[in-house]
Design a protein around this ligand. Sequence first.
Ligand SMILES: Nc1ncnc2c1ncn2[C@@H]1O[C@H](COP(=O)(O)OP(=O)(O)OP(=O)(O)O)[C@@H](O)[C@H]1O
Length: 270
Amino acid sequence: MMNYSGVAVLGRGLTVVRGDRTVLRGLDFTVHSGRITGLLGPSGCGKSTLIRSVVGTQARTTGTLEVLGRPAGHPGLRSRIGYVTQAPSVYDDLTVRQNLDYFAAVLLPGRAARDARHEAVARAVADVDLISHADVLAGRLSGGQRSRVSLAVALLGTPELLVLDEPTVGLDPVLRRDLWDLFHRLAADRGATILVSSHVMDEAERCHRLILLREGRILAEDTPGDLRTRTRSETVEEAFLHLVDEARAGSAPGGSPGPGTDDTVQETAR
Ligand SMILES: Nc1ncnc2c1ncn2[C@@H]1O[C@H](COP(=O)(O)OP(=O)(O)OP(=O)(O)O)[C@@H](O)[C@H]1O
C-alpha cells in the first residue's frame, strides 16, 4: 500500500475498456488532499469514466487506482466519498427536506442518530442555499435547484472526498459562481478534497490543480498558473489548445509517439 499522505487519489497506468473501446489509456495522475482538482476536457474524452473509476463503479479497469489509501471501490470508502452524477438523483415526489431526510436515514440509521440526522440535513440545505425551498417538491424545482439537492445529498455524510461530475452544466453564471464559492468553502473550512469535472475551460481558473484530458489520455497535470506560464498562454483554454497541437505534432509521422500507442494499449487492456 502506498503512502498517501497529502495524496487523496493516485492513479498509475489506469486503463479502462468500455464495450469494444479503450476509453482511458494508461493514466498516471494524482489528486492532492484538501485541494480542488478540475478534470477538464472535451465531451467524450473520458471524464465520467475516470470519475466512475475513482468512486468504484466502473468495470474493466486495469492498473493501479488508490483512493484515500485504499483500492478504488473498497467498501470502507463508501462513507468517505460523496458522489454527484451528471443526472440529479432525487425523488421528484418528495420535498427537498424529505429527500435529504431519506438519504440521511440510510447514512445515519437508528433512533440514537436522530439529532445528528437533523443537523446534517439542516447544514446540507443551508450549504446549497435551498433553505427557502426546503419544503418544495423536488419535481417542481428548476434544473439548477435539483442539481443542488443532489449536491446536498452528497454532503450529508461530511465526505472527505467529494467527486462531482459536471455539477455546473446548465446553470446560469450566478449559480455557477455560487457553487464554486461553496466548493472553495468546503475545501478551506472542512479540508475536503474535491475532484470536479467540467468541459467549460473558464472553470479551470477556479481550480487549485488541473488534469487535462483528451481522447482518453492526460495532456497535462498542473496548476492553472504553471500551465499558462509553461505554454506561454493567456488562458487555460489557450494552454489546452497549445498542448493539443503539441501532442498532434508529436504523434505525426516523423514525430515520436509516446509509450502505448492506440494499438498497444488496446492489446494490454484486453
Ligand atoms: N457503455 C459504453 N460502451 C462503449 N463506449 C462507451 C460507453 N460509455 C461511454 N463510452 C464512450 O467512452 C468515451 C468516454 O465517455 P465519458 O462519458 O467518460 O466522456 P466524458 O468526457 O465524461 O463526456 P461528457 O463530457 O460528454 O459527459 C466516449 O467516447 C463514449 O462514447
